[in-house]
Design a protein around this ligand. Structure first.
Ligand code: GUN
Length: 282
């Protein structure tokens, strides 16, 4: 029997409906969630992601500022803008779209963001708090994956979750959030020997490497839940890291690309911005 498809669009719509209620409650107190996005340079994928964030902000009735800066802007100028946004009471969330041009230090930029406005959850203070279980902004993509699992009725506690990928944005925090949900977690990566021997043990399999065809049907345990975080362009078409058709025949649940994890990332950014606005209004 083919796998049930977990729709990121549907789970997103559910969470956005809940956020609309929260935004209305804040409006009654005279607070409008404010999100500032900084985009440097001309990377087409980054421009497209930022458009999606702007659209979602408008739909949810946020105050939204998009700062599109020239590729050659100096690091000082970016840091100065962050400083201004840190001090601006209309702004509850600041996001700097990555990657940045090489002459700008990603680390310095992330450190400059007030951790209380770091809705990406990339500041070391939020990363550290997440690791030790203190309140923190959770990084949007892994948090979105957890929401998809929970809202699809997938039990995480006690399950063996295998994450493929160890990036700071997805793989590492994904593993940590699964651990917080009491999964037994394995992280695989480019130097893992015999990847299939690990993936075949997974009750929950989360590929996040950015290479099409990384997961084939014979690498998946029958009945596993597969959440595909990969986004790859193949012959002009967006595909994930899984060979979707064949893996669907083995898994019990699977997410599509597009329409899976992608919409969740933006929704969880909106969630973090509302959380920040709530904290600032207390
Ligand atoms: N570039 C790719 N993913 C992300 C993300 O989640 N946040 C930011 N700021 N940049 C990204």
């Amino acid at each position: 029997m083919p796998a049930n498809v977990i729709s990121g669009k549907e789970v997103s719509a559910q969470i956005r409906a809940e956020l609309k209620d929260e935004v209305a409650k804040l409006a009654a107190k005279g607070v409008q969630p404010g999100l500032a996005v900084i985009l440097v340079g001309n990377d087409p994928a980054s421009h497209s992601y930022v458009k999606g964030k702007e659209k979602a902000s408008i739909e949810l009735d946020f105050y939204s500022e998009i700062h599109r800066l020239d590729e050659n802007v100096s690091e000082e100028e970016v840091l100065l803008l962050i400083k201004k946004l840190n001090a601006d009471p209309k702004i509850h969330g600041i996001l700097v779209q990555l990657p940045l041009p090489r002459h700008i230090s990603e680390h310095k930029v992330i450190l400059a963001i007030d951790p209380r406005k770091d809705v990406d959850g990339f500041h070391p203070q939020n990363v550290g708090n997440m690791y030790i279980g203190l309140p923190a902004f959770l990084p949007c993509t892994p948090h979105g994956v957890i929401q998809m699992l929970k809202r699809s009725g997938v039990e995480i506690a006690g399950k063996h979750a295998v994450v493929i990928g160890r990036s700071n944005i997805v793989g590492k925090p994904m593993a940590q959030l699964l651990l917080s949900e009491n999964a037994t977690v394995t992280i695989c990566h480019s130097r893992t020997k015999d990847l299939p021997s690990f993936t075949r043990q997974a009750d929950i399999l989360i590929p996040a490497v950015g290479r099409a065809g990384t997961v084939r049907a014979d690498m998946v345990k029958p009945g596993a839940v597969v959440i595909d975080v990969g986004v790859n362009r193949v012959d002009g078409k967006l595909v994930g890291d899984c060979a979707f058709e064949e893996v669907s025949e083995v898994a019990s649940m699977i997410t599509p690309v597009p329409g899976g994890v992608g919409p969740m990332t933006i929704t969880m950014l909106m969630y973090n911005t509302v959380e920040s606005a709530k904290r600032h209004s207390e």
